[in-house]
Design a protein around this ligand. Structure first.
Ligand SMILES: [Zn+2]
Length: 441
């Protein structure tokens, strides 16, 4: 009798396991991708300077062509407004106050005067599994080339890469030179993940021909030069695409780490605030199959890239991803109601001339709330005031406070890692180059 009852129990457990498996799909193994994955980050590229995001000029003929066969997210936001925190968020699907990468090399240097030195920068904590490590663990060969010095080994960005090279703004041609050298190895090595971080739209802007046309006035000259850098980098992305024939069997994702202020709010540059021009970035997915054109208006974040890649590649979801897989939006014919609160965060070290700052922003539906701590509050209607010129906080305090509460509730509950710090010793060469880029006076 006893044995029989044990058998019955065993059977009942087996039936339950089977039912559970059928319900939750663990029985049917997912098909892991057999395609390559290419992630292209174009530094400092605000989406509204691309014609397929409505810009009045064609600054990126190749990307426009690619967008015509891609899933284009029209309202994509970065998790911060400068390179290190924003790119770490792309790599980890976490907000900056979670992964803790708040200080990068260039910002520290900018903030300090004693330049003969070692500087302290934040590093992506090793216990966080980055997009590269996820793919490496799933048998992708992993390669990265970054033309931004903030994205390097010291700062933890090279975790999981089989091969990685970082420069300090040498230009797209140099990035592609390395790519050409690596080409045979990459192709011979089998399925790969390739991360390319181009730098060209970052200041200082060159007057790139044949795009650049002489202008009058500082603002017009600057905007023309910025646009000419987009045109310039676009040619090299086309070259890379053709070099590897990514038309075949490759998922290509194109985005940016942050945007750029072009006197929209009286200043030029990024990492100063969280206005729309600093955080709204392009985001497109050129799928390995089904080259369809689709525009999606739902608000999304660059922290959604990693969970989307997981799902597109047939990998299981990860509970630590704060972003959401965009796969349902890519698949569905109708958009879903937009209920997400998307956050951005900026913290900047104080200098003798400039105060320490902390900004929090929330995009919800067509509202954008910006809090500069301790108590400067702004609320914009992104439908009627795309340029964020008319602060409505005074007349809509309740909405603003509600969004502020959403941020602080999330901040309180969110899993946070202790920021790791590492020391970085600068060579004279690097200092000279930083001076030429305007980082050091
Ligand atoms: Zn950047």
């Amino acid at each position: 009798m006893r044995t029989k009852s044990v058998d019955l129990k065993k059977k009942a457990v087996l039936v339950l396991i089977l039912l559970f498996s059928l319900l939750f799909g663990t029985c049917s193994p997912r098909k892991v991708a057999d395609f390559n994955i290419v992630l292209i980050v174009i530094d400092t590229l605000r989406s509204d300077h691309l014609s397929f995001y409505g810009y009045h000029r064609e600054t990126s003929p190749f990307l426009s062509e690619l967008a015509g066969q891609s899933i284009v997210f029209k309202n994509a936001y970065s998790a911060s407004s400068w390179t290190s925190p924003a790119t770490a968020s792309i790599f980890t699907s976490m907000y900056p106050f979670q992964h803790g990468v708040l200080m990068g090399l260039l910002a520290v240097i900018r903030a300090r005067r004693d330049l003969d030195m070692e500087v302290k920068v934040n590093k992506i904590p090793e216990e966080i599994e980055t997009i590269t490590e996820v793919l490496k663990r799933n048998n992708f060969k992993t390669y990265g080339i970054s033309d931004n010095l903030n994205i390097g080994q010291k700062q933890g960005f090279t975790q999981g890469f089989d091969r990685f090279q970082t420069f300090n703004y040498r230009g797209a041609e140099r990035v592609n030179d390395i790519l050409k050298k690596w080409k045979e190895d990459i192709i011979q090595g089998g399925q790969y993940f390739l991360y390319l971080h181009y730098m060209d739209p970052h200041a200082p802007y060159h007057h790139r021909q044949p795009f650049y046309r002489p202008q009058q006035g500082k603002k017009n000259i600057t905007i023309e030069a910025y646009d000419s850098e987009i045109y310039y980098v676009d040619q090299y992305i086309r070259e890379a695409f053709q070099l590897f024939n990514w038309k075949e069997n490759t998922l290509v994702i194109v985005t940016s780490d942050h945007g750029e202020g072009l006197w929209d709010h009286g200043y030029m540059g990024h990492g100063y605030t969280l206005y729309r021009e600093e955080i709204q970035v392009p985001l497109l997915f050129y799928l390995p199959e089904n080259k369809i054109f689709k525009e999606i208006n739902s608000n999304v974040s660059t922290i959604d890239i990693l969970p989307t890649v997981r799902e597109l590649a047939g990998l299981p979801p990860e509970k630590n991803d704060v972003g959401t897989s965009l796969f349902p939006l890519i698949e569905k014919t109708e958009e879903l109601p937009d209920q997400r609160h998307l956050f951005s965060y900026l913290w900047r070290l104080g200098t003798p001339e400039r105060e320490e700052i902390e900004f929090r922003s929330v995009v919800y539906k067509r509202m954008h709330y910006i809090l500069k701590l301790p108590n400067s509050r702004e609320l914009y209607n992104l439908n009627s005031d795309t340029q964020e010129q008319s602060n409505r906080f005074g007349s809509h305090q309740k909405s603003g406070r509600y969004l502020e509460l959403k941020f602080s509730q999330f901040l309180k509950k969110a899993k946070k890692y202790n920021p790791k710090t590492v020391f970085y010793k600068l060579s004279q060469d690097k200092l000279e180059k930083l001076k030429s880029l305007g980082y050091v006076e």
